[in-house]
Design a protein around this ligand. Structure first.
Ligand code: 5GP
Length: 116
């Protein structure tokens, strides 16, 4: 896993150093389309301030974390999505590949449970 000191791909996207399909941005987060979509709709809600992963979140991050979920709600609403899944991967075995907290929003197909 990338060390904390290294800039993540998401920090480079947030800083405008590499391109991304940014579908929404505000002062706290960006919403981008995933480069390797796993569903017809697959976006990532990424806080601009890096938290490595949910286990690294502090009690003081409560408001930020709540706002990220509200952004997911707003994305779904503005795209008329009523069936969708939100995912946060914490750790390699859980599927985490970028050590910068993000929420996946997937929609547009039926999904299995439990996830693989
Ligand atoms: P994780 O596996 O950490 O939960 O999610 C990382 C996600 O970031 C993956 O779904 C992967 O496809 C996506 N991703 C990795 N690199 C890039 C990139 O350069 N641009 C975009 N838009 N998505 C990326």
């Amino acid at each position: 896993m990338t060390s904390v000191e290294e800039k993540t791909i998401f920090e480079k996207i947030i800083n405008g150093e590499i391109p991304a399909d940014i579908v929404f941005e505000n002062d706290i987060a960006v919403v981008i389309r995933d480069i390797n979509p796993q569903a017809p709709v697959h976006v990532l809600i990424i806080p601009k301030r890096r938290i490595d992963r949910i286990e690294a979140a502090q009690d003081g991050d409560t408001e930020l974390l709540g706002k990220l979920l509200i952004m997911a709600r707003d994305f779904a609403k503005s795209h008329n999505l009523t069936e969708f899944r939100l995912v946060i991967n914490n750790g390699q075995q859980a599927g985490e590949t970028v050590p910068h907290l993000h929420i996946h929003l997937l929609s547009g197909r039926s999904m299995a449970w439990p996830p693989g």
